[in-house]
Design a protein. Structure first.
Length: 157
């Protein structure tokens, strides 16, 4: 795992698009897939590098997956969240997603407040539950077919 660089953005966007069309399309409506695909451009990811901590997981010299930490709140009221977690469809079920999420949880455990949120696709809920995330009943993103989940972190994990 390492922080993403500008040179990685084409591959990150490609992996995200492939995940949406090859994996998530089996679980989500075409309307939602089209909406999410609109946000998977190199330029969109370049903008995100300014305010998200974007990471890539490597398999050899190839980018195998990506994930980010973001604060969707404010400095006074943070809303720390996993964001854009994708693994190349050809490399699923090889521990890459686990590596990404474990790394991001470790980084998030150093922050205040000690709660990490995660917008999960329909097919990701059980995966995130494996790490201790639970469905957050307060947050509702049904229009985007997203289930928000939360994980309470221990300080200094």
């Amino acid at each position: 795992m390492r922080k993403a660089a500008s040179d990685d953005l084409e591959e990150i966007a490609s992996i995200a698009r492939q995940c949406l069309t090859e994996v998530m399309a089996k679980y989500h409506s075409p309307r939602v897939i089209v909406k999410f695909l609109e946000h998977q451009s190199v330029e969109e990811y370049r903008n995100q590098l300014c305010w998200k901590e974007v990471y890539v997981a490597l398999k050899g010299d190839r980018i195998a997956g990506t994930g980010a930490l973001a604060n969707f709140g404010t400095a006074q009221k943070p809303f720390n969240s996993l964001s854009n977690c994708y693994v190349h469809p050809d490399l699923l079920r090889r521990g890459i997603g686990t590596l990404i999420v474990q790394t991001l949880i470790e980084l998030a455990s150093q922050r205040d407040p000690h709660i990490l949120h995660c917008p999960s696709s329909r097919n990701g809920i059980k995966f995130y539950e494996h790490f201790g995330f639970t469905v957050d009943e307060i947050q509702n993103d049904a229009d985007d077919e997203i289930t928000w989940m939360s994980l309470y972190l221990k300080q200094g994990r």
